[in-house]
Design a protein around this ligand. Structure first.
Ligand SMILES: NC(=O)c1ccc[n+]([C@@H]2O[C@H](COP(=O)([O-])OP(=O)(O)OC[C@H]3O[C@@H](n4cnc5c(N)ncnc54)[C@H](OP(=O)(O)O)[C@@H]3O)[C@@H](O)[C@H]2O)c1
Length: 255
C-alpha cells in the first residue's frame, strides 16, 4: 500500500508506543497520509518490524528505541534529539500514545511503586516530551500534539482508579497545553478511546463486556477508527480545533 493522501506530506511525526498495539496503526495511518514517521518504544525488534512494514507500503519511517519508564529530562531530550536526527527534520506532529495499562485491582492493594510507574509513563513522560517538542514547534510557529486519553479519564471505573487518574490528567494537560502553546501556532488535542480491539484487549475482555452491553454501538472501536481520529486532529483539516478531547467510543461517554 503506498501513501494514500498527501495531507501530511512534508511533516515529521513522532509516535510514542508505536512498537505495539494502537501505536502501530497510528504510525501506519500517519505514514499513509504522507508523514515521515518516527516509531519509538522499548522493543527494538518490534520497532524495526513496524518500520519495515511502513517502508514496504512505500512510505517513510525510522525507529528510535526509548524507555519512558525512567522519564527524566536527559532521557527525553535524548529521544527528541535522536528522533529529529533520524528523520533529518524537526518534529511537526507528536502523538503521546505510550502508556502503562493496568489490570483492574482494588485501590487498597496498589503499591506506591505501581502508582509511580503508571504516572511516570502516562503523565510525566508526555509532559517532558511535549515541553521539549511543543516548545520547538512554537518557535517554528506551527505543529500539532495529539494525546491519547481514554474513556476511563472521563468515567470512573471500579478497580481502575490510578489508570483512570493518569488518563484524566492527560485530558487536563491537553487543555492546559492548548492554552499555553495555541497562541504560538501549536494545536494540542486528545483522542479518548473506549475499548479498542487490540491484541491486549483480550486481557481486559471480562471487565469490558458488561460496559459494552450498555454502549450505543455495542462494540469496541477498531484501531483504524481511533487512528483516523488521530490523523484528523494532527492534520490541517482540524486547523481550528484546539484543546478538544474527542471521544471514539461508540457513544459510551455520551450515555
Ligand atoms: N487498548 C484499549 O482498549 C485502550 C482504550 C483506551 C485508551 N487506550 C490508550 O491507547 C494507548 C495505546 O494502548 P494499547 O492498547 O495500544 O497499549 P499496548 O498494546 O500495551 O501498547 C503500549 C505501547 O506503549 C509502549 N510502552 C509501554 N511502556 C513503555 C515505556 N516504559 N517506555 C516506552 N514505551 C512504552 C509499548 O512499547 P514497548 O513494549 O516496545 O516499550 C507499546 O508500544 C494508551 O495510551 C492507552 O492508554 C487504550
Amino acid at each position: 500500500m503506498s501513501p494514500n493522501s498527501t495531507r501530511l506530506t512534508g511533516r515529521t511525526a513522532l509516535v510514542t508506543g508505536s512498537t505495539g498495539g494502537l501505536g502501530v496503526t497510528i504510525a501506519h495511518a500517519l505514514a499513509a497520509d504522507g508523514a515521515v514517521v518516527v516509531v519509538t518504544g522499548r522493543d527494538v525488534a518490534r520497532g524495526e518490524s513496524v518500520v519495515a512494514g511502513i517502508r514496504a507500503d512505500g512510505a517513510s519511517a525510522h525507529f528510535v528505541a526509548a524507555d519512558l519508564g525512567g522519564a527524566d529530562e536527559q532521557a527525553i531530550d535524548g529521544l527528541a534529539q535522536r528522533a529529529a536526527e533520524a528523520a533529518s527534520a524537526g518534529i511537526d506532529i507528536l502523538v503521546n500514545n505510550a502508556a502503562k495499562l493496568l489490570l483492574p485491582e482494588p485501590t487498597a492493594t496498589l503499591s506506591a511503586g505501581e502508582v509511580a510507574e503508571a504516572f511516570t509513563v502516562n503523565v510525566v513522560a508526555p509532559m517532558l516530551l511535549t515541553g521539549r517538542l511543543a516548545s520547538a514547534m512554537a518557535a517554528r510557529g506551527s505543529g500539532s500534539v495529539v494525546n491519547i486519553g481514554s474513556i476511563t479519564g472521563l468515567r470512573g471505573t471500579a478497580g481502575s482508579a490510578v489508570y483512570d487518574a493518569t488518563k484524566a490528567s492527560v485530558h487536563s494537560l491537553t487543555r492546559s497545553w492548548a492554552a499555553e502553546y495555541g497562541p504560538s501556532g501549536v494545536r494540542v488535542n486528545a483522542v479518548a478511546p473506549g475499548p479498542i480491539a487490540t491484541e491486549r484487549a483480550a486481557e481486559f475482555a471480562e471487565h469490558i463486556a458488561p460496559a459494552l452491553a450498555r454502549v450505543p454501538s455495542r462494540r469496541m472501536s477498531t484501531p483504524q477508527e481511533v487512528a483516523a481520529a488521530v490523523v484528523f486532529l494532527a492534520s490541517d483539516d482540524a486547523a481550528n480545533i484546539q484543546g478538544a478531547v474527542l471521544s471514539v467510543d461508540g457513544g459510551w461517554a455520551a450515555t
